[in-house]
Design a protein around this ligand. Structure first.
Ligand SMILES: Cc1ncc(COP(=O)(O)O)c(C=O)c1O
Length: 375
């Protein structure tokens, strides 16, 4: 019998899928995987109902023109520079295929969103991580000298995620300017994963593209913005002149993202902007963040407050994700899921607060019960 290649053999169930499966199996509150428990907004669902039956066939690989126009208007970029993808996941995978190859190195920050590592390796490249370090409660610091020291003649690209999953960190203007200077000095591509661009709790994050439009590919996700992660609509805003090539590559991956959902997102984007939907979402999430952070602190956990995303990281030595999902009835993601080279401190976990207030309250009750029973 022929054998599978090692790269296929090494693919395992992700920790996110595993925790969601265990949450169902053990009747746990799922604060693990990052998807909202509420239904998407009514204006999005209505747009989808109208689209099914009218927009059902293949879309152009670069995306429905209506969606590229709506995205262009929303993001302030030329629609011709946009490629619609099957979620941000596919966008990042396509960029890995397009921008790096065997022998290349790709810089990224650790803790690292897990798919960046295999996507770089599948492209034949080597992921090189630069650590964000924990500095007491609430801050993850970046030492720009670490970043500069990680650049080699093989470095091809720098992959940034801000607001950052899992830490919730938002990179400052000064840091972004330093990244751009480094990219220009060494002629690197910049990939900016901005799927949480509307989920921030202070000042609006700066998009890397505004500082280096000539070399930045910006990735976004309708699933994250509009609370419909299963719809699989994402996008890449390319530097001028590159969208055609990327669309050519994506047409051999999955040809196009689901057409009715593209049409629905096209209709929903201006409504979301005009009705202040994102602002409402931020208000709701800050309230849930406060609830969860406060409850965790009462249980003795150290909470690292995020500046964006719908995740927080908390540390409680003795807490262990596998035991908590099975015995306490609360699913979380262990920090090891985001580790490449740095061992996270024991008891460091990522919790998603894109869940209902009732679920968050129940999770805290369960954790308190578990603590009281001796853990
Ligand atoms: C940082 C980051 N990038 C990309 C994605 C993937 O987004 P999508 O669901 O649109 O594929 C996620 C999903 O959790 C994420 O957290």
């Amino acid at each position: 019998m022929p054998e599978l290649l090692p790269r296929a053999r090494s693919s395992q169930e992700s920790i996110f899928a595993r925790m969601s499966r265990l949450a169902v199996q053990y009747g746990a509150i799922n604060l693990g995987q990052g998807f909202p428990s509420a239904a998407p907004p009514a204006f999005l669902l209505e747009a989808a109902r109208r689209a099914v039956g009218t927009a059902d066939q293949y879309a152009p690989p670069a995306g429905l023109p209506a969606l590229r126009d709506a995205l262009g208007a929303d993001l302030g970029v030329d629609g011709a520079d946009l490629v619609v993808t099957t979620g941000a996941t596919e966008a990042l995978g396509l960029l890995a295929q397009a921008l790096y190859g065997p022998g290349d190195e790709v810089l990224m920050f650790e803790p690292v969103f897990d798919i960046y590592l295999p996507q770089a390796r599948l492209a034949g490249a080597t992921p090189v991580t630069v650590p964000l370090r924990l500095e007491g409660e609430g801050s993850w610091s970046l030492d720009l000298d670490d970043l500069r020291a990680a650049v080699t003649p093989r470095t091809r690209a720098l992959l940034l995620n801000s607001p950052h999953n899992p830490t919730g960190r938002i990179f400052t203007r000064e840091e972004l300017e330093a990244l751009v200077a480094l990219a220009r000095q060494h002629d690197l591509w910049l990939i900016s994963d901005e799927v949480y661009d509307e989920l921030y709790f202070g000042e609006r994050p700066l998009s890397l593209r505004t500082l280096a439009p000539e070399r930045t590919f910006t990735v976004g996700s309708a699933g994250k913005r509009l609370e419909a992660t299963g719809w699989r609509v994402g996008w890449v805003a390319c530097p001028p002149g590159f969208a055609g090539n990327l669309a050519g590559l994506r047409q051999v991956a999955s040809f196009c993202a689901p057409t009715p959902f593209q049409a629905a997102v096209a209709a929903a984007l201006p409504i979301a902007r005009e009705t202040g939907f994102y602002g409402g979402l931020r208000e709701a999430y800050v309230a849930r963040l406060d609830l969860l952070a406060g409850g965790l602190r009462e249980l003795g956990a150290t909470v690292f407050r995020p500046s964006g995303t719908y995740f927080l990281m908390a540390c409680r030595p003795g807490w262990e994700a596998e035991t908590l999902v099975k015995r306490a009835g609360v699913a979380m993601i262990p920090a090891e899921a985001f580790a490449a080279n740095e061992a996270p401190p024991p008891g460091l976990l990522r919790l998603a607060f894109c869940k209902s207030q009732a679920e968050l309250e129940e999770a805290l009750v369960r954790l308190a019960r578990w603590e009281k029973a001796g853990g």
